[in-house]
Design a protein around this ligand. Structure first.
Ligand SMILES: Nc1ncnc2c1ncn2[C@@H]1O[C@H](COP(=O)(O)OP(=O)(O)OP(=O)(O)O)[C@@H](O)[C@H]1O
Ligand SMILES: [Mg+2]
Length: 377
């Protein structure tokens, strides 16, 4: 249906789109995702000739779009832009009916369509049709922007971060709405987002772009299982952490099986504990469980004298974190530090657990499996 053949585009001396080729099938929901500035909007705008490529060609239904009259082309393509872009001097109804009017629909049909569309997003005609964009909330403006693009039932719809400024509930409802419409009416949609969760939910196929090139084109399932490279993995991780694990704290995934001892214990006893528990360091506390230091197998070997309490040779360099520290911050800290674990403490330095690489894996797996379950339901 839509085919990019070796498209390139530079602004000034900078190459923004670099020999881009891909295909979109009829009825397919394609999501373009990637870091800010990677060329998503530029790619979209070339489809309706808002930007002309320097090289290569774009075909729609087998015809090179450079041979098609721009106005004719745009009537077939609905477009929701990144900053809403309603005409401020037109009412909601007039905004929605721009293209139907161009197509010379009669008044009755325009009215019916406007009512039907506003109904769809719970903005009753009687309350909203005669309002001007400035009288609407940001979210309502964004909905009208989406409706405007759908009004004339174009076979292709381009959507550039259409739900960016919406609250999560409205966003979720509109995502469902657009997805249902697309399936019911067999529309071809190219949808740009920053949000991997949105991409996973909406897409038949995700195209991950970076620096004007495609890094991976795959189904959500495939991208989730086999992300092609660190940037994509990071994108998924980042979004999953932000969206699913926002409130996850160090305490929620720490390991509570901590090998501890008290400062009055002696060297041989400590060696015995290390051997038994198969660890090479022990956390040392006082009788009230307040952190005092750690003792490592090296410390014992180098300085340990038989019959001396370990309190005299404690290693104070261990890294403590408070139980309320956010998951991401704790993980970043663990990766930065050269140590095997961070010690999680409650108020007054009471030791309650540790965080090591295994805790990280567990938290990440939770995020992944959680998300896969959502997708299957
Ligand atoms: N008209 C222009 N003139 C010069 N440079 C431009 C123009 N339009 C875009 N660019 C540059 O091209 C690059 C890609 O821009 P584009 O808008 O396609 O990115 P994007 O992937 O949509 O980013 P975002 O996610 O932030 O919307 C950016 O570096 C941008 O500064
Ligand atoms: Mg953009």
């Amino acid at each position: 249906m839509i085919r990019f053949n070796g498209i390139s585009k530079s602004f000034g001396k900078t190459k923004i789109i670099d020999n881009l080729s891909f295909e979109v099938n009829e009825g397919e929901f394609i999501v373009l995702i990637g870091p800010s500035g990677c060329g998503k909007t530029t790619t979209l705008k070339m489809i309706n000739k808002l930007i002309e490529p320097d090289g290569g060609s774009i075909n729609i239904d087998g015809t090179n779009i450079s041979d098609v009259d721009t106005v004719t082309l745009r009537r077939k393509i609905g477009y929701v832009i990144q900053q809403i872009g309603l005409f401020p001097n037109m009412t909601v109804e007039e905004n929605i009916c721009i293209v139907p009017k161009l197509l010379k629909w009669d008044k009755e049909k325009c009215l019916e369509r406007t009512k039907e569309l506003l109904e769809l997003v719970s903005m009753p005609y009687e309350d909203y049709a005669k309002k001007y964009p400035t009288e609407l909330s940001g979210g309502q403006q964004q909905r009208v922007g989406v409706l405007r693009a759908l009004a004339a039932q174009p076979p292709i719809v381009l959507m550039d971060e259409p739900f960016g400024a919406l609250d999560p509930l409205t966003r979720d409802a509109l995502q469902d709405e657009v997805k249902t419409l697309q399936q019911k009416l067999n529309k071809t949609i190219i949808f740009v987002t920053h949000d991997m969760e949105e991409a996973l939910k909406m897409a038949d196929t995700i195209i991950f772009m970076d620096k004007g090139k495609i890094l991976q084109k795959a189904s959500p399932e495939e991208m989730l299982r086999n992300p092609a490279g660190d940037i994509i993995r990071e994108f998924m991780g980042k979004h999953m952490t932000q969206n699913n694990n926002q409130d996850l704290k160090a305490e929620d995934f720490m390991n509570v099986n901590v090998v501890k001892t008290t400062e009055n214990k002696q060297t041989l006893e400590c060696l015995e504990i290390m051997k038994r528990k198969k660890v090479n360091s022990i956390i040392v506390t006082d009788k009230e469980n307040t952190f005092k230091g750690i003792i490592t197998i090296e410390d014992l070997k180098n300085h340990g004298k038989v019959g001396v309490p370990i309190g005299t040779m404690l290693n104070k360099e261990a890294q403590l974190i408070h139980k309320d520290m956010g998951a991401k911050e704790a993980f970043d800290m663990l990766i930065e530090t050269k140590r095997d674990y961070l010690i999680v403490v409650a108020d007054d330095d009471k030791v309650i657990g540790i965080i090591n690489k295994t805790s990280m894996v567990k938290a990440l797996a939770d995020a992944l499996w959680g998300d896969l379950e959502c997708m299957n339901s």
